[in-house]
Design a protein around this ligand. Sequence first.
Ligand code: G3P
Length: 217
Amino acid sequence: MKLFVDTGSIKDIETIAALGILDGVTTNPSLLAKESGDFRQNLKRICEIVQGPVSGEVTATDFAGMLQQGHDIAKIHEHMVVKVPLTRDGIRACKALSGEGIRVNVTLCFSAAQALLAAKAGASFVSPFVGRLDDIATNGMELIREIVDIYDNYEFPTEVLVASCRHPIHVVESARMGADIATCPPAVIDQMFNHPLTTIGLEKFLKDWEKVQAVKA
Ligand code: G3P
């Protein structure tokens, strides 16, 4: 199970990469729009920090525009993965870019039928958005189960990249279902560390140790 961070913040990526548990980064236009500086330079810097796939998304909506932007994104760094939306033109662009050896992440996936199309178009990654499905009272994790089943049935090499993770349970359930990757905002990765019994237990260990040191002194 790989863990990606879903952010355009170089500072946050540096902090999480330093923990030694980061396998990759996903960005989207909304996330990159929050950051200052040139987006290409920012993506290049992210690739240098993270020794793994970094998704950068096209903003064109037509096939030719997606191809042009896809080539541009792929040239930024060898770690770059081109993210395209799950539309007809996006699937066509996925097929073309994948055929050239460029890795593609098909994003905005909300159904198993869409995930099947992404796999058939040669996507390296498919990004089902679990949180946004939960937001409309539809069980996002059920979609992950369906996609993992379908991809297993046919041994599709497309990796299931669980996106729109809103809390650690999304990550744990993804791992239980055999999804390949979960991408989380920095805050969710932070929450994964936290357990009150860890905090209480450590405090007690240190207090007990200090008491003995005081007696020995
Ligand atoms: O990057 C795609 C996805 O992870 C976005 O998540 O929280 O905006 O639904 P969210």
